[in-house]
Write a protein that binds this ligand. Structure first.
Ligand SMILES: NC(=O)c1ccc[n+]([C@@H]2O[C@H](COP(=O)([O-])OP(=O)(O)OC[C@H]3O[C@@H](n4cnc5c(N)ncnc54)[C@H](OP(=O)(O)O)[C@@H]3O)[C@@H](O)[C@H]2O)c1
Length: 320
């Protein structure tokens, strides 16, 4: 199976941009589908071999049309929050899209598929809509009977310039004087570097050994959320007293934030964060990728973040 042309969904996002860079260096032709070409063109359209196409990926016919000349599909589409709390938004973006992608691949004879999932994704036992819908998508893909060779990637939280983890806490810490109430403070994360994730995906693309595998991706060390927020404050030189909220107060905080525009934290996020996001076995080792430590990267971009760039990032994320 010779892969030349790849359709990338979610190629405009934080992980997607890194992966497009990596794959473009390898000489692949990339077809990035987006809801807004104008909004996402910066940096991307300069990459050799990359075509940025504005379309409605939720329309099955448009999907088939754009996938017709591709040899592989990479799906990075994901949302952390939906409108409302019913789970319908997660189902549309994580499950129905994948169903349509499977049909399109089957019809167009596409045999290679990389799926970005998440640690703890589980169709049955996932604690949140996010984790259950990601789990259903994985199950659909790995049980397809169209001969599509699927590899799923299950990272812990991903860090790197423009991430939404350290940058978000940095923004919140700057806005909060003295005391910082923190929900789910004891949950453990093993942050994994975005370049390690894109390297892993790029290397597995043509590797038959990775067919039908689900790879767990973690950084070299696990930290509690409280440790990570303290670390962020320390890098920024901010003196903040982190106030750990117990489970009931964490739940209440999430329920209140459900009604805040942009949902900086939500009940679904709270439910996801009830389970540690750490690897039983770090599969970066399968490709001899040495996981990058947060300490060697995060200070570089957090210290350089100006108020203007923080404002621009906020605008990007909130699509204003
Ligand atoms: N970042 C992390 O820490 C982390 C951790 C674990 C798993 N993941 C998973 O990794 C993937 C990439 O994450 P990321 O941080 O790069 O996300 P991101 O920056 O938010 O990008 C996600 C992309 O999805 C597209 N998208 C978002 N909502 C959509 C919708 N309603 N309909 C159609 N397209 C939509 C956007 O494309 P357009 O705006 O161009 O249409 C965007 O480029 C996701 O599946 C996420 O669940 C991320």
């Amino acid at each position: 199976m010779l892969i030349k042309r790849i359709a990338i969904l979610g190629g405009t996002g934080f992980v997607g941009r890194s992966l497009c860079n990596r794959l473009s260096q390898e000489g692949y032709e990339l077809k990035v589908l987006t809801r807004s070409r104008e909004y996402n063109r910066d940096d991307l359209i300069v990459l050799p071999g990359l075509e940025l196409i504005q379309t409605n990926i939720h329309d099955p016919e448009k999907l088939k049309l754009h996938l017709a000349d591709c040899d592989a599909v990479i799906n990075l589409i994901g949302i952390l929050n939906e409108k409302g709390t019913s789970g319908k938004g997660f189902k549309k973006v994580h499950v129905e899209l994948v169903q349509n992608l499977i049909s399109a691949c089957a019809e167009k004879g596409i045999k290679r598929f990389l799926q970005m999932s998440a640690l703890n994704a589980d169709a049955t036992n996932g604690k949140s809509h996010y984790l259950r819908s990601k789990g259903v998508a994985e199950e659909l893909l790995h049980s397809n009977n169209a001969g599509i060779n699927v590899t799923s990637f299950r990272p812990s939280v991903i860090f790197g310039k423009n991430d939404s983890f350290f940058n978000r806490f940095a923004g919140l810490l700057k806005m909060t004087p003295l005391f910082f109430p923190l929900a789910c403070h004891a949950t453990k994360f093993a942050p994994v570097y975005v370049l390690d994730v894109s390297e892993m995906m790029a290397r597995s693309l043509n590797d038959r050994e990775s067919f039908n595998k689900k790879f767990q991706l973690c950084g070299p060390q696990a930290y509690s959320l409280k440790d990570l927020v303290n670390y962020t404050a320390q890098i920024l030189g901010l003196k903040r007293k982190i106030i750990p909220l117990n489970d009931i107060l964490s739940h209440i905080q999430a329920a209140v934030f459900d009604f805040v525009p942009g949902k900086p934290f939500s009940t679904d996020n709270y439910l996801s964060a009830k389970t540690d996001s750490t690897c039983e076995c770090n599969d970066l080792a399968n490709y001899n990728i040495q996981p990058t430590a947060i300490e060697s990267v995060v200070p570089q971009y957090l210290n350089n973040i100006s108020y203007r760039s923080a404002y621009m990032q906020f605008r990007r994320k909130s699509r204003r």
